[in-house]
Design a protein around this ligand. Structure first.
Ligand SMILES: Nc1ncnc2c1ncn2[C@@H]1O[C@H](COP(=O)(O)OP(=O)(O)O)[C@@H](O)[C@H]1O
Ligand SMILES: [Mg+2]
Length: 267
């Protein structure tokens, strides 16, 4: 529920590594109106060509009338296969319009299940679907929670993170009671943008202790260091794992992906 902590970066890098290094079939859904995941993977010109007919806004029925919205659009039309020439990685791009989803839908019944109904129509089978969420729990991310097995929580080891985590955990528990069929669990906390400073070390250890204690949330052993090589990649509209494969940030995301796959085998 915090901005700028590495949610989008983690989705893009882990998704790419699963496809390129582990031969997995992966779909990234960009559910954030800020469209950062989209532009980490495709150029503005290419997005311009599809933005009016083939984004997550269309999938969620925003360009249609209000009745039986999810029947009117075919999600397969919004999937860009092998995005940016990356074999095995598909993308459903986002649109700024998504900001108005809550206003559009009002209190419409079943509004949390539109993406779920759409995904049932998806022709391709994926090993993993990664959904990049905005830093809130509005209707779009609720659509994501309903269909997800797990939540990954990127955390930059700073003071405010310690406050946000219990809040997120409580909110997810409440949502699960309210949303039928929602079985999502928090899989674990990923420490991102970690600097080798006393301050970061202190908060990282403190948050790990709290998670493993009272909160009962797992934390991944692999931590992602702060490195400009990661933020630089965005200007090429390419994941850092492809533009800077040898950087320590990318190596960390590769280890994390391996740890993630092992964790998923164990749960
Ligand atoms: N490990 C990292 N080291 C340095 N910069 C990073 C790292 N992870 C993310 N960033 C940068 O920080 C900013 C916010 O990251 P982002 O993934 O967009 O966060 P969020 O999706 O949580 O808002 C972006 O400019 C991104 O390139
Ligand atoms: Mg983001």
């Amino acid at each position: 529920m915090k901005g700028g902590v590495g949610k989008t970066t983690s989705v893009v890098e882990i998704g790419t590594i699963l496809a390129t290094d582990h031969d997995k079939s992966v779909l990234i859904i960009d559910l954030d109106p800020q469209t950062n995941a989209t532009f980490s993977l495709m150029k503005l010109d290419d997005w311009d060509n599809i933005k009016d007919t083939a984004t997550i806004a269309d999938v969620l029925g925003m360009n249609k009338g209000f009745s039986s919205r999810d029947e009117e659009y075919d999600i397969n039309d919004a999937i860009i296969e092998n995005v940016g020439g990356i074999d095995g990685l598909d993308l459903i791009p986002s649109h700024l319009e998504l900001t108005f989803l809550d206003l559009d839908l009002g209190a419409q019944a079943g509004r949390e299940h539109i993406l779920s109904n759409q995904l049932k129509k998806c022709v391709k089978e994926y090993d993993y679907i990664l959904i990049d969420c905005p830093p809130n729990l509005t209707v779009a991310p609720q659509n994501a929670l309903v269909i997800s097995d797990y939540i990954l929580v990127p955390v930059a080891p700073e003071f405010y993170a310690a406050i946000g985590l219990p809040l997120l955990s409580n909110r997810v528990t409440q949502l699960k009671k309210r949303l039928p069929g929602c079985k999502v669990e928090i899989l674990g906390v990923i420490f991102t943008q970690v600097r080798n400073t006393n301050d970061h070390n202190h908060h990282l250890n403190e948050i790990r202790t709290t998670c493993n204690g009272d909160l009962n949330i797992e934390t991944f052993q692999t931590v992602i260091p702060f490195t400009t090589k990661i933020s630089e990649a965005a200007k090429w509209n390419r994941p850092a794992s492809l533009t800077n494969p040898d950087s320590n940030g990318v190596q960390a995301y590769k280890s994390l992906t391996q740890e993630l796959l092992l964790t998923l085998e164990e749960v």
